[in-house]
Design a protein. Sequence first.
Length: 432
Amino acid sequence: MSRSKIQNLQSPKGMHDILPQEQMWWDKVRKEVDYIADYYNFSRIDTAILERAEIFEKSLGETTDIVEKQMFVFKSRSGDRLALRPEGTASIVRSYVQHGLSHLGQPLKLFYIGPMFRKEQPQSGRFRQFHQAGFEIIGGDDDPVYDAQLILAIYRLLERFKIKNLSLHINSIGCRNCRPVYRKKLLDYYRDLAPKLCKDCRRRMKQNPLRLLDCKNEQCQQYKASTPMILDSLCSNCNKHFKGVLEFLEELKLSYQLDHHLVRGLDYYNRTAFEFFTDSVAEDGTKFDFALAGGGRYDYLLELFGSRQSSGVGGAVGMERVIEVMRKTKINLGLRSRQKVFFIHIGDVAKKKSLSLIEELRDAGIPVLESLGKDSLAAQLRSANKENADYALIFGQKEAFEDSIIVRDLKNGVQETVPLRKVVNEVKKRFK
Ligand code: HAM
């Protein structure tokens, strides 16, 4: 590498370039997201990557890890406090209210694909810039059929990525009537244990007790096993709603695991909370200990943003994570590599005619590679090999005068001179 005038050429910590050779995975993921969105009738929405920081602080919760530790917040020159979006839902709801989308048919089904930013400690499946494909069903009423349909759409999407051994974890975290009852029970349970808990959990006891349930710290695990179950504290409406969701899932034959510790890391959720995992194992034996997707119901978020609607449910898939699973479990994308021809010119007369000739071939639907800047045959053949081309079209001085061209099979070296007017057919005949 040449000596750079810039000292550090690394992309920022936890943020990665997506190189040309990786794009086929991303194309596949985007294609399947579009397919599912279309199938279930979700319309695309794109919001700004920057939001006023307050949008997230108020909705995700001031005491959540994301807001407290992970947001990239800065002041613009004009003094606005802006944040790189750490997730999509708050922005979508902000946009829904700002643009009066509640006037469109309800519920409104929206989807998005794009980068999110969280200042986390990078590790496998955890980045500072990552991409989500998210689906939201906003408005209408809080019918459990929407929770089930949303979960189904995400399940079908993961299935289309050919990810095996999927497991759906689900819980209900109640509403503002029943959650305080549970919070009290939980605090009663933990009260005497406080000195034995990690520092974060001692803080959670004061600020956000539900989050005690998803502490990953080893010293806290043993106490989690016997915590009271939130499902035992649900009010009758939440209970009915959760039963409704589970019945729809059963009807769909979508198996699930009740996960009493699943509370999700964002304050805007109520009732349904879910996450998808895979028990597949990478070829090198490592397990994937991260959620591929997560979501839930967020009725209060609509209210917080002043919407006339008061129902929302959604979920998002982590694109880097699904791609990691697809790659490491050697999922076959089923992409047939396209057959390619490489155009080679020799001499000035041929070079002059080459641009328009290549254009004609492309118009006829033939994918053509070339390196027109190179003049020697050997250099152009080397490029053709590098590109793994199947055929070379060799257009030399003689061919240019005779209106012909050589079609050479680069795998076996067999070649034939054909009239220029027939070259499209000749190439198509060779493509299987
Ligand atoms: P979340 O669980 O924070 O939910 O993120 C959703 C998914 O994004 C996760 O399951 C994971 O696959 C991926 N993800 C999260 N953080 C990272 C990271 N640091 N690196 C790589 N991937 C990551 C939400 O963001 C909610 N907005 C989902 C939602 C939509 N709820 C309702 N609607």
